[in-house]
Design a protein around this ligand. Structure first.
Ligand code: GDP
Length: 477
């Protein structure tokens, strides 16, 4: 371990009490004799305007000798799709319908395991669906820095139309910069009215191709299993625009999408391979866990020997439980695995400290001045729909040449966990007008240092933003 807090303060020529106070304000509880955390030390020094040099541990890529893939090593890979939409609009039904209709004949009656993702083929091309629908899982992954999804399929029931979670899904997908293909579901119902839905979605930026826009709409019935092939073809069309590629000939790398404890098999993790090829016998680092792949199973219950990019499998043979969103990487041996795991633990500690650097209104000005941010991202939750527009307009008026105001999401109702996740993933501040956070949302916001501001009159919010932009908002301690 490195030097103590006392030694650190001495070398910087500052009072040890000052250092301890600053560490505490970052959430690091310490005493003068304890070894100082290098990352925290760096931040403290930076705050105090003192240049220090800290011997950094070797980052993961250096340990592994990782290099960028060259263009000629890249080959096309299938798209990875997440299904989103309002409750009861048919997300689960659509996932099931696609899975069942595309499973080859004789696949044990089409019954498949739920392993977090599955792959289907159409016209000889593959598409992988993540099995946990909804924007919650999607944004939770993103808040952890993981990007698993290439295309979002937005399910909207044609007999119901655009609902609050439809709008949430749109905003979560937009914030992640992931293209949307719309599935107009329940088209079998007599009361289905696709044009009305298109009209409503067009108002939210999803103008249909046939109206001169760029969004693909696919009428489907998950119940009758109609329109599914067309939907899959359109997903591939959308994917073609993205020109998705990966190098299969390198050590496997990807994401943990699920993990669980299986009675017979111990810890089981579902992984999505993003680069390289994962093989039985590989040593893996998943998050900070090390393990060796004893077996790989696909969503159809088959044992497989290898998994290529954009495909998923269940990994058996782990000692510890990785978390969804954890990055995994294949390594040559266990020793290397332990080194990588250690580097990750160190980086994780650093990341925890850096969370204190999330945007807040108080430090908006300095972050703009330093060129750290150019946008003030806001999430707006209100008690009545009618107040959204006036608030948006009043705040948007404050934009100047240095800072742009972006409303990542607005909605009616209390502040929920997904709002906080979105704020975390998009570095946004949450404004609540006459609404309160749900307890889970509050706890998450506190833990992740996401700022929430509460108002009852527009004027107060406008004043706060104006002062923040001018650097006149005094920090609340
Ligand atoms: P989720 O909450 O979005 O996952 O929605 P579900 O897949 O659970 O579907 C909600 C309800 O709508 C269920 O009762 C389904 O049977 C029904 N449903 C789903 N798709 C269709 C469809 O294409 N046509 C009709 N008529 N009903 C559907």
């Amino acid at each position: 371990a490195g030097i103590s807090v006392k030694e650190f303060a001495d070398r910087m020529g500052v009072k040890v009490q000052d250092v301890i106070m600053r560490l505490m304000s970052m959430g690091v509880m310490t005493t003068i004799t304890e070894p100082v955390d290098p990352d925290a030390a760096l931040l403290v020094a930076e705050q105090m305007g003192i240049a220090v040099e800290i011997q950094q541990e070797e980052p993961e890529d250096a340990i592994l000798g990782e290099t960028e893939d060259s263009e000629e090593d890249l080959v096309p890979r299938p798209p990875v799709v997440t299904i989103m939409g309002h409750t009861d609009h048919g997300k689960t039904s659509l996932l099931d319908a696609i899975r069942k209709s595309k499973v080859a004949e004789g696949e044990a009656g089409g019954i498949t395991q739920h392993i977090g993702a599955y792959t289907v083929s159409i016209n000889g091309r593959d598409i992988t669906f993540l099995d946990t629908p909804g924007h919650e899982a999607f944004t939770a992954m993103r808040a952890r820095g993981a990007k698993a999804t290439d295309v979002v399929v937005l399910v909207v029931a044609a007999d119901d139309g655009v609902m609050p979670q439809t709008l949430e899904a749109i905003n979560h997908a937009k914030a992640a910069d992931v293209p949307i293909v719309v599935a107009l579901n329940k088209i079998d119902k007599p009361e289905a009215n696709p044009d009305r839905v298109k009209q409503a979605l067009a108002e939210h930026g999803l103008s249909p191709e046939e109206w001169g826009g760029s969004t693909i709409y696919c009428p489907v019935s998950a119940k009758k299993r109609t329109g599914l092939d067309h939907l899959l073809e359109m997903i591939l069309l959308q994917a073609d625009v993205l020109d998705l590629k990966a190098n299969p000939n390198r050590r496997a790398r990807g994401l943990v999408i699920e993990s669980r404890l299986d009675r017979g098999r111990g810890i089981v993790a579902s992984v999505l391979v993003q680069k390289g090829t994962l093989r039985v016998g590989n040593f893996l680092v998943l998050g900070a866990q090390v393990g060796r792949v004893r077996s790989l199973n696909d969503a159809y219950g088959h044992k497989v020997n290898e998994v290529t990019p954009s495909h998923s499998a269940e990994v058996v043979g782990l000692d510890g439980m990785p978390q969804p969103g954890d990055v995994f990487v294949a390594v040559e041996d266990e020793k290397l695995g332990r080194q990588v795991a250690m580097a990750r633990q160190a980086r994780h500690r650093a990341a925890q400290l850096l969370q204190t650097k999330k945007v807040t209104l108080e430090d908006l000005y300095s972050q703009i001045e330093e060129g750290v941010i150019k946008d003030l991202n806001l999430i707006l939750k209100v008690d009545v729909q009618g107040s959204i527009e006036p608030i948006r307009q009043a705040i948007a008026k404050l934009e100047n040449s240095k800072v742009r105001v972006r409303f990542i999401h607005e909605g009616v109702g209390g502040i929920r966990e997904t709002d906080v996740l979105l704020a975390q993933a998009s570095n946004a501040v949450i404004f609540g007008f006459n609404v309160r956070p749900e307890p889970k949302a509050l706890a998450l916001a506190e833990r992740e240092k996401v700022e929430m501001k509460f108002y009852s009159v527009i004027y107060d919010a406008v004043e706060d933003v104006r002062k923040a932009m001018e650097g006149m908002l005094s920090p609340i301690i």
